[in-house]
Design a binder for this molecule. Structure first.
Ligand SMILES: Nc1ncnc2c1ncn2[C@@H]1O[C@H](COP(=O)(O)OP(=O)(O)O)[C@@H](O)[C@H]1O
Ligand SMILES: O=P(O)(O)OC[C@H](O)CO
Length: 514
């Protein structure tokens, strides 16, 4: 075929703004990575339990990653004009507030893991009607959703309260902040969010996919005094605007998904019964329940999986674990146990088992399915025999035990047991973690060769709107080759025994932060 008649090859870019790092990845039409750039940014811990990000650094990290990846892409002989669209995926719940007149942030972003709102949440729980919130928005009242972070800022940050009183306060999750800034801020004033992100605020009615005025009133907020993002589909040709800066200036943003939803999409979890578990900073299991929300009675959340338009809007049951890979980072950064995260498994493998040590990594309390806000990180079973390897092993096991607890809840809520668990995220690079996971849950764990499924999900959302893909079916072949399967190697009895020790430790970790 002559170059003039050869079909044009299209590419899609994905911004993945996670809790510890930002990436920009360029995918081809087969869902393969062509170029990527990643950078870590500052984690700010001003006080115990507090966790912040600099909102401007989130934006600059995205811009730097775009320029870095596109430079690589062009070195391969491609043209940036072949990048049809860009998708965004982001850490969820993390809350940014800014002045809508200046476009400047009024405080650091309060990160989803932050527990400073614990007392505020306890006060809210005393209010009449508190127990009915979950049935409207899918989330439990806790330190986790964005609303508690916004209320804290209104109570404690003068500039935020003043902006609210003056009617100039803008509030957003990270997707909204990024699209606002990437579009050029106050020159374009783009204020949008997709349902998978908006459903993490506690302001959105889960069934209607619209803000629920009764929820906003319940939190005693005046909607007229806060600029909220317009909720639009996760895949949309025009609503998200286009990039104002970087070498991709003018390229349209056509997709947006919260990172856990994006991972479900990237794992092709399009149909009911499909599930994935992402071992990133936290760890999040999402189970597609179909086109109607299912409300958990066993400690899980109901959330929007993705909204790609009529017939393609799905809900999920979600089990969120606050501390996943961050426990590994903790051993690296705070204790210098090892040089970097990739070395922890090797340290854990210097011992045969956990030597009787159990580490409840409740740095932010315990999320699903326990929801114990006053638990804190506790290590049980230390004796004179304990080595660093035992602590390393107990740290890795903690996420696997919580995943087992979540799967048990999911089985009870859905009436079905999962046959296989699809995994991704940084911590899934550890074979030891994956084998331990399979042993504890008693089903195979399926790890794809290409693990950037979160970014792939954002690319799919944008690629659908851009016309690169038009049906879920044509994506089924993506990322199938080269998966690794971890199969259970211990008996059900042995797994139950280990899990009983964990459950005992969870009960004993309660009440510390009271
Ligand atoms: N080989 C490994 N073994 C254990 N943990 C790892 C390994 N590689 C990365 N991690 C952990 O994975 C996390 C990063 O995963 P990632 O999916 O990039 O997270 P996020 O999107 O939340 O920034 C870090 O917390 C890191 O400690
Ligand atoms: O950054 P991750 O991958 O741990 O994901 C953060 C979640 O979206 C928080 O709900």
């Amino acid at each position: 075929m002559s170059p003039a008649t050869a079909p044009t090859i299209h590419f899609i870019g994905a911004i993945d703004q996670g809790t510890t790092s930002t990436r920009f990845i360029i995918f081809n039409q087969k869902g393969e990575i062509v170029a990527q750039h990643q950078i870590e940014f500052e984690q700010i811990y001003p006080q115990p339990g507090w966790h912040e990000h600099n909102p401007d650094e989130l934006v600059s990290s995205v811009e730097e990653c775009i320029d870095g990846a596109v430079a690589q892409f062009e070195k391969q002989g491609h043209s940036k004009a072949q990048i049809k669209a860009v998708g965004i995926t982001n850490q969820r719940e993390t809350t940014v507030v800014w002045d809508k007149n200046t476009g400047n942030a009024l405080y650091n972003a309060i990160v989803w893991t932050d527990t400073r709102t614990q007392d505020l949440v306890r006060r809210l729980k005393q209010r009449l009607g508190a127990s009915e919130l979950t049935s409207r928005c899918g989330l439990p009242l806790s330190t986790y959703p964005s609303v508690s972070k916004l209320l804290w800022m209104l109570e404690n940050v003068k500039a935020v309260k003043e902006a609210y009183d003056n009617g100039t306060l803008a509030f957003g999750t990270v997707d909204t902040w990024l699209t606002f800034k990437l579009n050029g801020g106050t020159t374009k004033n783009v204020y949008v969010s997709d349902p998978s992100n908006a459903s993490r605020t506690m302001f959105m009615n889960l069934e209607k996919l619209e803000y629920d005025n009764e929820l906003i009133d319940w939190f005693r907020l005046d909607r007229n005094k806060i600029k909220l993002a317009k909720i639009v589909r996760s895949s949309d040709k025009t609503a998200y605007g286009s990039l104002a800066n970087t070498c991709l200036q003018g390229t349209k943003i056509m997709g947006c998904l919260g990172d856990q939803s994006a991972a479900l999409v990237g794992q092709k979890g399009f149909t009911p019964g499909r599930a994935k578990n992402t071992y990133g900073t936290g760890c999040f299991l999402l189970y597609n329940v179909g086109d109607k929300p299912v409300y958990s009675t066993h400690g899980l959340m109901s959330t929007v999986a993705f909204d790609f338009g009529p017939g393609k809007c799905m809900y999920a049951l979600e089990g969120s674990i606050a501390v996943g890979g961050s426990s590994v980072k903790f051993l690296v950064n705070n204790f210098g146990f090892i040089e970097n995260s990739t070395k922890l498994s090797a340290l854990a493998e210097t011992v045969e088992d956990n030597g009787g040590v159990t580490f409840v990594t409740a740095f932010s309390g315990l999320f699903a399915p326990y929801w114990i806000d006053d638990a804190r990180g506790t290590i049980f079973g230390i004796t004179a025999y304990t080595q660093r390897g035992h602590i390393a092993r107990a740290t890795l096991e903690a996420t696997c035990f919580q995943t087992k607890a979540i799967l048990d809840s999911m089985g009870k809520d859905s009436g079905k047991d999962l046959e296989e668990l699809a995994v991704d995220g940084g911590m899934c690079n550890s074979d030891l973690v994956m084998q331990t996971q399979s042993d504890l849950i008693g089903i195979p764990v399926n790890r794809p060769a290409m693990r950037e499924t979160t970014a792939l999900g954002a690319a799919i959302a944008a690629g659908f709107a851009a016309g690169v893909w038009s049906s879920f079916e044509e994506l089924q072949e993506v990322n199938l080759e080269g998966s690794t399967f971890f199969k259970p190697q211990i008996t059900v009895e042995a797994a139950s025994k280990r899990f009983e020790r964990w459950e005992k430790a969870v009960q004993m970790s309660k009440g510390w932060a009271n």
